[in-house]
Ligand binder design. Sequence first.
Ligand code: GDP
Length: 483
Amino acid sequence: EAVKDKADVMAKDKLLGGLLSSEFDEHSCLSRYRAVLYRKTSHHLLSPYLVSKLRKYEALHKKCGPGTPLYKKSLEQLKHNHSTELECNYVFWSPIAGLGNRMLTVTSIFLYALLTNRVLLIDQPNDMVDVFCEPFPGTSWVLPDDFPIKNMWSFHHRTEESYGVMLEKGLIRNDPNVPKESLPSYVYAHLPHDYNTMSHRLFFCDEDQLVLRKVNWLLIRSDNYFAPGLFMIQQYEDELRRMFPFKETVFHHLGRYLFHPSNTVWGLITRYYDSYLAKADERVGVQIRTFFWTRLSSDDLFEEIIRCAQNEKLLPPVNRTESQPSDTEKRRISKATLVVSLHYNYYEKMKSMYYEHSTTTGEIVSVYQPTHEGNQQTEKQSHNQKALAEIWLLSFCDELITTSVSTFGYVSNGLAGLKPLYLAMSAEIDKVPDPPCRRAVSMEPCFHSPPNFDCRTKKDADTGMLVPHVRHCADVNDGVKLV
Ligand code: GDP
């Protein structure tokens, strides 16, 4: 019976309402069509326009992808130091920071590719091999090994090929009428959190976009979810409105579209889920991340988590004074708590608490943690595979408590389609605050370092005050998010 149910669900919604292409071979990437069996159905409207954009994009990528004659032609142009009229233009990504940051920047760049008719290619490091499946049917998004630009990972805010530096040196004019042939064949857009000189921030201005659109190859490096910045640019407004009638669904839809764990990672996810989480009536995910600037002691952080979970009625309080076993014969609600953290102590304490005491509601609480890797090891493939498995397991939960500021947490919330509870965490907090956590205003990730620049006046301005759907995030003072 269960097998038949699963088959029915797969038959009905494995394409997530048209978000995913039906062209893939199912076995090469089991997670793509099977995540629907684990994750709750998305109730967030998917616009038919976005669906048609994605199908058109897939056709473009197939036509221009690595190995095609048009790719060779564009690659040839890269050798000349000027741009020209070409059928295929590209934007490529190179990694910075951990998996959460990477997923957020890839998504931002993909949105940019959709807006500018570019093909997205990624400079895939070895630590990301066999982590994700290919996202586009019948082609690849991985830059081939023989790609001539080799040292992208070392590009920084003073790199000669960067748009900002070229503007400063007068090598590029940001005049929308500048002829294509006078522009280089490739330009680097420097958008990591330290892009604070004005010339780099001009990326988010209309005139500069008109210039950049003429360049054949564009490299973007960032560690930020800069998609909200694209909503500041007038020429993209119309397209963005049609693709996303509800702004807070950008990462939710594009993330579910782009990211599918490899079969190796899907093995980790399903073995864990089926062993520990499947049978519970409810699943509560708790993601606990500490940063170098965290001042809360681990005891206080534990206290904060418990208060948050209990205030918000996600987990029941325990009877501190007596630990009588329940004598009821009634079937009681079971809650599985998935703890995800680099550290072991929060899990250990929570598990002991529910082992040593009964709950006041009679609910049964079980506590699980898949790994405790100790520290971030982004350069290690197996570490990234486990990190991705945990992001996915969190995204299968019914409720989430995640850590403020953490992109790892943002990705889990966005994929789940949940407005999470953010644990209060900032460099100023040194004891458990009241309230211990807050419900996010939207499920979108926060853009930590917005341009804070008004393109019309060419002066500093608060990005969170310029357009209606871009507002300050609750968890990062300067940050902005789509609401
Ligand atoms: P952020 O630093 O929280 O914004 O998230 P990132 O994902 O960009 O970088 C943190 C990296 O540390 C992750 O990608 C993982 O490699 C590792 N990491 C952090 N927290 C966890 C965790 O709870 N579980 C696992 N397996 N890895 C984690």
